[in-house]
Design a protein around this ligand. Structure first.
Ligand SMILES: *[C@@H]1O[C@H](CO)[C@@H](O)[C@H](O)[C@H]1NC(C)=O
Ligand SMILES: *[C@@H]1O[C@H](CO)[C@@H](O)[C@H](O)[C@H]1NC(C)=O
Ligand SMILES: *[C@@H]1O[C@H](CO)[C@@H](O)[C@H](O)[C@H]1NC(C)=O
Ligand SMILES: [Zn+2]
Length: 512
């Protein structure tokens, strides 16, 4: 694949050849014409590949992944696999090593790309005499000057703070209070910086708290907080009445530019012009070890890739372990942007596997329809639906709105879809009736938290969904019969915006 830094496994295959040679020298010469042929691998078969998946093997891998997350403790004081951490580097090493053991069944590549990582160590916001409880430092915020508290009057910015004219001419040296809406948090922080402010506080347009990210760093970003609408209301009223409010802002944080890595494994066999591609993300958030998000998808893919190596394939199978999903889908975005039109067309379908083992799970299928997404997305959706039905299981549809790594694929004309078991949403009564578990509780109460550890996995859901991953791979590795062809027109339609981002999220990050 062009634009990828291919790390050849030449060393490995040379070693293999040498040991084969030694073996043959020790054995008597064989009668070549009648030597038993190397037993050909059977063509991949859905039932057989599914049968190779075991919950115990998955859980053993989860234990290993948790140990790897502990490598992040030195820097973060708790287990994490966030990009840039030792826990993430360890994860990449674990995935790569497991694949390399499969010999030349896969061609492995590492795709390096730039990313940004932020770490907030401490923060404090004081408005008048109050320390509002809802105040949070935004993701990728810079620190206050010299990582020290700074004092200044609090000034209210007009309108949404998206226009330079919204900013008072007296903003220099002040702390600015800005309403959420219309443009990104990053744009507001940048405008505040241009106006000479020392910090910015963005308050929610509804009552709840506001937790978001500034996104791509800018030299003009200032230390930026999110604040709930409830906490902001009395302060806004006071400022509007002309009263003076003094404030103090403190954030100790770092923003670092790093290089991180997508890992891609493609079967050496199979028609390279017709690839089934699937991915999960190798990184976690900074707050925890990410064993369900997305250790469950990462390890499901690794186990399916391992078991698939016992089979022959007709079509190429390409696995991806994306990096920096949690920073805003950076790895998958970078990968798709680097595809030439020809390489783009070789990917017949992309399947996203992000969170497969939520403790209070639902069997969720992305509601990917052909009228709003590249043609083929709906056929993939129906493959999942049919499989659950064949097991006598129910499913729910969830929005296919760009919150995971399929986003770049469908925006670039590649049909996509996937399954999940639920994140921070609440399980409904109806779902509890169908799937068991607890209504009114999050699907994953440990979503993006320290407790997303091995105990946070439901092994039943994980094993079952990994069998479905195996089914999806086996189906398309055998044949794309009945599955829509890729066309140039599909790419054009996608680029014209038949699908557009309908969300304020990039991955899990709120940015507007
Ligand atoms: C190889 O095997 C065939 C069939 O058994 C036999 O006819 C032939 O003579 C053998 N050749 C040698 C070199 O052993
Ligand atoms: C799935 O759930 C729907 C809605 O609750 C219900 O109508 C349907 O019968 C269920 N199917 C199965 C197989 O449980
Ligand atoms: C997984 O979920 C099923 C169904 O709700 C439940 O019976 C089982 O006890 C759960 N297992 C674990 C390990 O949480
Ligand atoms: Zn995720």
């Amino acid at each position: 694949m062009p634009a990828l830094k291919v790390l050849a496994l030449a060393g490995l295959s040379v070693l293999g050849a040498v040991s084969a040679l030694q073996d043959s020298l020790q054995r008597p010469l064989v009668n070549v014409t009648h030597a038993p042929a190397i037993k050909p691998k059977p063509l991949v078969d859905s039932e057989a590949l599914q049968a190779s998946i075991s919950g115990d093997k998955l859980l053993a891998r989860a234990e290993e992944l948790y140990e790897i997350a502990k490598l992040g403790e030195d820097e973060y004081n708790h287990p994490t696999r966030v990009i840039g951490s030792e826990g993430h580097l360890g994860t990449l090493g674990y995935i790569y090593t497991a694949l390399a053991r499969l010999g030349d069944y896969y061609t492995l590549s590492k795709q390096l790309f730039p990313a940004v990582t932020g770490n907030v160590f401490e923060f404090r916001l004081v408005l008048g005499h109050d320390v509002p409880e809802s105040a949070q430092a935004m993701g990728l915020t810079p620190a206050t000057k010299a990582r020290q508290p700074e004092r200044g009057d609090l000034l209210l910015v007009a309108n949404d703070g998206c226009n330079p004219d919204d900013y008072p001419p007296t903003a220099r040296g002040k702390i600015l209070l800005i309403k959420r809406g219309s443009c990104s948090f990053g744009a507001k922080s940048e405008r505040a910086g241009h106006a000479g402010a020392i910090a910015a506080v963005i308050y929610n347009s509804d009552r709840g708290p506001l937790s978001g990210t500034l996104g791509d760093p800018s030299a003009f970003h200032v230390a930026t907080f999110g604040l709930s609408g409830d906490d902001a209301a009395p302060v806004v009223a006071k400022l509007q009445s002309g009263a003076r409010v003094d404030a103090s802002a403190y954030i100790d944080a770092t923003v670092d530019r790093i290089t991180t890595t997508n890992i891609i494994a493609q079967t050496t066999a199979g028609d390279p012009d017709h690839c089934v591609m699937l991915g999960g993300h190798s990184d976690s958030v900074a707050e925890g070890p990410g064993i369900n998000d997305d250790g469950s998808g990462t390890l499901a893919l690794l186990e399916v890739a391992t078991q698939l190596a016992g089979f022959a394939v007709h079509n190429c199978v390409r696995f991806a372990w994306w990096s920096a999903e949690e920073e805003g889908l950076l790895g998958s975005d970078y990968y798709v942007a680097a595809l030439t039109p020809r390489e783009n067309r070789r990917i017949r379908v992309f399947m996203d596997y992000d969170m497969l083992a939520s403790p209070n799970f639902a069997y969720q299928v992305y509601d990917a329809r052909n009228d709003a997404n590249p043609v083929g997305s709906q056929e993939l959706r129906d493959l999942y639906v049919d499989w659950y039905a064949a097991q006598g299981l129910n499913h729910t549809f969830i929005a296919f709105d760009g919150r995971s790594d399929y986003d770049a694929f469908i925006r670039n004309g590649i049909p996509g879809g996937g399954i999940a078991t639920g994140a921070e949403g609440l399980k409904t009564e109806a779902e509890a009736g169908v799937f068991g578990g607890t209504a009114g509780l999050e699907y994953d109460p440990c979503y993006h938290q320290l407790c997303d550890d091995v105990a946070n996995l439901n092994a039943t859901a994980w094993e079952l969904n990994t069998k479905l991953v195996a089914h999806s791979v086996a189906t398309f590795a055998r044949s794309f019969e009945g599955f829509p062809e890729r066309t140039d027109e599909g790419i054009q339609v996608a680029k014209r915006g038949a699908y557009s981002r309908k969300t304020k999220y990039r991955g899990s990050k709120l940015f507007i």
